[in-house]
Design a protein around this ligand. Structure first.
Ligand code: PLP
Length: 404
């Protein structure tokens, strides 16, 4: 497939924008965190073409392999045919299609909530919902390893922000006790699954604690939705607190094989978001093919529960095989599996050597993870075969045994 690429044209004299960009890029290079984008071809699948080479993909979030599931593709194509490729407006101005309302009713039913509301992305959902609920005089409480979109949502509110050490329930209680008397509303914004470590928030302890101190719980379950829990409802279901989480935020772009995101909760929450979440109000509604793909994915999720079981079996197998090779994957308990190497350059070198051997395992550096904890981040899919997972573990063990 010959597709055009962005060709670099050298300017005659450096413009101001290029001077600024060059200075900032030099600083990024000095920190060893300069990034470039790899080019992939074909549908997201266990095996795909990365930078021109066919490799096994252990770096995606299409966990259940739904993005190219025949029913999902067919529903999406039919929607493009019947509804066109764009909603062409915000939900409040001409963009609110019956399709959106149908997906939202189905998401609410899936999650057992009164309502759901879709957003452009999970990032947009967090930067919309946090300022909508927490304003001046309020406080947002959040974990030190919160996803960037929770952090950015906090930056957009005039509320105070209190951060507690990662997963530390006692420290969280101290914060909740302090803010209960000094702030009007307390919003606890949490990841369900930590996207770089693969551990889950201790929700069975945290959610009752939050209730005791009168805090509202916002659960960002981007990696849990569809992937965890008996019915795939996510980390809340896994931890037995799904009915007491106030706000369920999830993405359609990971396990659900589509694009977009949602916030699920009460009728009044939805009404508030429609009336005040800026990333909802001032942005186009989801495109019909994405909406239809997500609806079909929800049906497949229900009809093919083996996908969720196989995903977790594959993750368990990969962690066990790495452990047999003496490689720690702590603290992962999910399909996100870190192999911490530490040094930025060595991590990226191992990543390149694995690619040359036919495995795409993404190297992750600061600022996605704390300085000095660069790592390979492995994400198996439900449809990887056991031999493929074993081959990956073996290749990683060989590469880590090499001198740095
Ligand atoms: C991926 C992710 C998001 C962003 O979701 P998108 O739909 O990709 O924008 C938000 N929160 C967490 C924890 C994530 O992992």
């Amino acid at each position: 497939m010959a597709l055009a690429t962005n060709r670099r044209v050298e300017p005659v004299t450096a413009s101001a924008v290029d001077r600024i960009a060059a200075e900032k890029l030099a600083a990024i290079r000095r920190r060893g965190t300069h990034r470039r984008m790899r080019v992939l071809e074909g549908a997201q699948a266990p095996r795909m073409c990365v930078d021109g080479r066919e490799v096994l993909l252990f770096a995606g979030s299409n966990y259940l392999d739904l993005a190219s599931h025949p029913e999902v593709v067919e529903a999406s194509a039919r929607a493009a045919h019947d509804w066109g490729c764009a909603a062409s407006g915000s939900r409040l101005i001409s963009g609110n299609l019956a399709l959106h309302e149908a997906l939202e009713a189905e998401l609410a039913e899936f999650l057992g909530t009164q309502t759901a509301l879709t957003f452009g992305t999970g990032y947009m959902a967090n930067v919309g919902v946090i300022p909508a609920l927490a304003a001046e005089g309020d406080v947002v409480v959040s974990d030190a390893l919160s996803h960037a979109s929770i952090i950015d949502g906090c930056k957009l509110t005039r509320a105070a922000v209190r951060v507690f050490p990662h997963g530390d329930v006692d420290a969280l209680e101290d914060v909740l006790r302090q803010v209960a008397s000094t702030h009007r509303n307390v919003l606890l914004a949490l990841d369900g699954v930590y996207s770089m470590d693969g551990d889950t928030a201790p929700l069975a302890e945290i959610v009752p604690l939050a209730k005791r101190w009168g805090a509202v719980v916002l659960l960002d379950d981007a990696h849990g939705t569809g992937a965890l829990g008996a019915r795939g409802r996510g980390t809340g279901e896994l931890c037995g607190v799904e009915d007491t989480v106030d706000i369920n935020l999830g993405t359609l772009g990971k396990a659900l094989g589509s694009f977009g995101a949602f916030v699920a909760g009460s009728h009044l929450l939805r009404e508030l978001l429609v009336n005040s979440a800026r990333s909802f109000i001032f942005s186009c509604a989801l495109a019909p093919p994405a909406v239809a793909a997500a609806r079909a994915a929800l049906r497949v999720l229900r009809a093919e529960p083996w996908r969720r079981a196989q995903l977790q079996d594959n993750a368990t197998l990969l962690r066990a095989l790495l452990a047999n090779h003496g490689i720690s994957t702590a603290p992962s308990t999910t399909q996100i599996i870190p192999v911490v190497i530490g040094d930025n350059a060595r991590t990226m070198a191992v990543c390149e050597r694995l690619l040359a051997r036919g495995f795409y395992a993404q190297g992750i550096r600061h600022p996605s993870v704390p300085e000095g904890t660069a790592r390979l981040r492995l994400t198996p899919m439900a449809t990887h075969r056991a031999e493929e997972i074993a081959a990956l573990a073996h290749a990683i063990a060989e590469e880590l045994a090499e001198a740095p």
